[in-house]
Design a protein around this ligand. Structure first.
Ligand code: PRP
Length: 186
């Protein structure tokens, strides 16, 4: 048995991910120039794979920084109470910021981050998310500028997304077999 045996189905293949990420990079390349030197803000841990593949196709000067946030809620539900565990090193006042996320689900996490970063007076903020799950949205007025894939309301993992901190390394986006949920923490 390997961890691949835990996967019920692949929702987005490795190739589909890579093709779409190149397209997203092209959209960003059309929006930014070397003069902007935007700061890509990667929201750890889920967005780490997306960021690292995305930046390889960017052709404008940019910088990277990282935030760790935790969202409190019961089980899989996000409560809207978000805490910053690791803040940016960079001062973003007057800077062009691109938030890089793996998934927008209820929208509570990104809503908090967006408002928090806005208080620091950046020149602009845009949002790039690999996955968007609009059917679960509770915060509706989040301006999302770059979206990789709209996905149905399924619990997805791989390519940075975890179940119980595992499976982030999978090169595709998949869905677990239901019986695995009870085993992982055994
Ligand atoms: C995930 C994801 C988003 C957030 C989206 O992070 O990376 O930040 O949840 O959910 P929401 O739209 O309902 O707020 P998670 O807290 O699982 O942390 P991780 O990225 O470290 O896995």
């Amino acid at each position: 048995m390997t961890m691949l045996d835990d996967i019920e189905k692949i929702l987005i293949t490795e190739e589909q991910l890579q093709v779409r990420i190149r397209d997203l990079a092209a959209e960003l390349n059309a929006r930014y120039t070397d003069d902007d030197v935007p700061l890509l803000v990667c929201i750890l841990k889920g967005a780490v794979m997306f960021l690292s593949d995305l930046v390889r196709h960017l052709d404008f000067r940019h910088e990277m920084d990282f935030m760790v946030v935790s969202s409190y809620g019961s089980g899989t539900r996000s409560s809207g109470i978000v805490r910053i565990l690791l803040d940016l090193e960079a001062n973003i006042e007057g800077r062009h910021v691109i938030i890089v996320e793996d998934i927008i689900d209820t929208g509570h996490t990104l809503n908090y981050i967006l408002h928090n970063l806005e208080t620091r007076h950046p020149a602009s903020i845009r949002i790039a998310t690999l996955l968007n799950k609009p059917s679960r949205r509770e915060i509706f007025d989040i301006p999302v500028d770059f979206v990789g894939f709209e996905i149905p309301d399924e619990f997805v993992l791989g390519f940075g997304l975890d179940y119980a901190e595992q499976y982030r390394n999978l090169p595709f986006i998949g869905v677990l077999k239901p019986e695995v949920y009870t085993h992982v923490n055994d």
